[in-house]
Every structure is written in structure tokens, then in C-alpha cells.
Design a protein around this ligand. Structure first.
Ligand code: BGC
Length: 269
């Protein structure tokens, strides 16, 4: 059995309820951890525990599918499941594979997870798209009725665009060229560490990326996600782009919550 940790959420109830139309189950597949939990779809809060299992290495489709099955079994969940991948996902098929085993490319993730979960309905979508849906519905973007762009800063940069709550899936702004360099090579939090930049130094690179995106999309709000958003007060004040930037508020549950929401609304497949 893989190493697993159970993290308690604020609402301490047994994570066994399933079948309710107002509850869903989401699993966020990342490069270092696979995390899942039951979500209250009215509030976006986790119901019960957040279950985390270290991502198996190599992170092949079969190994991840076994981990996903273990999480759902541990939770005792019997309903539909939404899942994220750090990949472009079209019609349930992974088309790219950033920070996950390359054998995902071309894998029918929906069929794979569906089979691993005894044929129940599953929905698979890009990780940043899930986080964007969650932040737009329940978190930092919930009061903005316009175009919200969420960017996740981590090993790479993930992106999601929502217009009046509707997602345009699989935008990949992390791979956009900005002044001769891919945005995520320039301004991910991994780039900050690689260059040993201060928050202020790094924020110049983030500003360049945000300026390029806002010149093309004219969003009403940027939501900054990823682990580094927990230190938002150290870098958001240094940004020089024109669109307001706020830190994500759901933190490490956004992917789970967005996946559960997507499964309910069947965005993705
Ligand atoms: C990938 C995206 C992903 C992001 C965050 C990027 O490198 O291309 O699909 O959303 O990393 O994981």
C-alpha cells in the first residue's frame, strides 16, 4: 500500500456520504501527491478528510489509476468522480504530460479511471482548469462577474480562463513565449528557486507574463494560485501590471473542489 496521509478539514464528518446531488468527489493528480476528498458543492468546502497519497514513481497511467482507486476506497465514496491531470485533456484523452510520466500522452484517462473505479462515471480535466473553476465559483473570483484568469505558479504555470463562470478549457499560457522565453521557464515558482531570486526580483518576471496576457485578453481579475500564493503579501504588492491580482483562497483544495464540480456539471469528459 502506498504511503498515505489523512488531513483533517474544518468540517469533521464521515466522508462516506455519496449519491447526494449536492456532494461530489474530486481527485487532484499532481507530480508529488494525489489528493482527494468529498466536496460540499453548495459551499466548495471539503466534507471530512483530505486524503493524500504520494504520487507513485514512475507516475504511469496504471500506477496512478491504482492510487486513485485506493483513495476512493479509503473514502468509501460510491458516486461519480472528477479527476485532474497536469495535462491538456480533450475528450477524456491526455494530450500532453507536464511533470507526470510521458506515457500519459494519448492515454484515454476517462476510460482508464472509469475501469479502475468499476465503471462509474468519471470526468477528467486539466489541473489548472479545475482550480480556476473552483476559485471562480467559491473562492477569490466569486464576486467578479466577468473574465477571470487563474494562473497556478508551481513547477510550471497552469492557466484557466472563465467568462461569467464558463470555462474555456485547456488554455496553456504557461507555454506562451514572453520576450523570447516560455512563460513558465521565466516566472514559475520553480524558476524563482532555480535563480535564487527574491520575491521582488521574481515579481518582475511575473509582471511581464501578466502584462502579456492582459494585453491579449483584457481580463477583469487575475487569481494567483499554487503554493507560492500563500506568501502573496510578499510579491503581489510588487506587481506592475494593470489588472488587479488577488491570491487564490481555496489553497490546496482548489483542484479537488474543481474536479468534483466538473464531475457534477460534466465539463471535461
Ligand atoms: C502544463 C499544464 C498544467 C500546468 C500546471 C504546465 O506545464 O502544460 O497543462 O496545467 O503545468 O500543472
Amino acid at each position: 500500500m502506498a504511503d498515505s496521509t489523512i488531513e483533517q478539514s474544518s468540517e469533521r464528518t464521515a466522508a462516506t456520504a455519496s449519491g447526494s446531488t449536492r456532494r461530489g468527489f474530486g481527485i487532484d493528480v499532481g507530480g508529488s501527491g494525489v489528493k482527494g476528498g468529498v466536496v460540499d458543492l453548495d459551499t466548495g468546502a471539503l466534507v471530512g478528510d483530505r486524503i493524500k497519497i504520494l504520487t507513485p514513481q514512475p507516475s504511469t497511467p496504471e500506477a496512478i489509476a491504482a492510487t486513485v482507486r485506493e483513495i476512493v476506497t479509503q473514502a468509501g465514496w460510491e458516486g461519480p468522480v472528477g479527476l485532474t491531470l497536469p495535462a491538456v485533456v480533450t475528450a477524456g484523452v491526455a494530450r500532453t504530460a507536464a511533470n507526470i510520466d510521458k506515457s500519459w500522452i494519448g492515454t484515454d484517462a476517462c476510460a482508464l479511471f472509469g475501469a479502475a473505479l468499476d465503471g462509474r462515471p468519471v470526468t477528467v480535466l486539466n489541473d489548472a482548469d479545475a482550480a480556476g473553476m473552483a476559485e471562480d465559483r467559491y473562492g477569490a473570483g466569486k464576486d467578479v462577474d466577468g473574465v477571470v484568469v487563474l494562473l497556478t505558479f508551481g513547477t510550471g504555470i497552469g492557466s484557466a480562463i472563465l467568462n461569467h463562470g464558463v470555462l474555456l478549457p485547456n488554455t496553456e499560457f504557461g507555454h506562451m513565449e514572453v520576450s523570447g522565453q516560455e512563460a513558465e521557464h521565466r516566472a514559475s515558482s520553480a524558476a524563482k528557486e532555480r535563480h535564487d531570486w527574491s520575491y521582488k526580483e521574481w515579481s518582475k518576471e511575473v509582471s511581464r507574463v501578466l502584462t502579456r496576457i492582459e494585453d491579449l485578453l483584457w481580463p477583469d481579475l487575475f487569481v494567483a494560485g499554487g503554493g507560492i500564493s500563500r506568501k502573496a503579501e510578499k510579491w503581489i504588492p510588487h506587481l506592475t501590471n494593470r489588472t488587479p491580482v488577488v491570491a487564490a483562497s481555496l489553497q490546496n483544495t482548489a483542484g479537488i473542489v474543481g474536479a468534483a464540480l466538473a464531475a457534477q456539471t460534466s465539463i471535461g469528459t
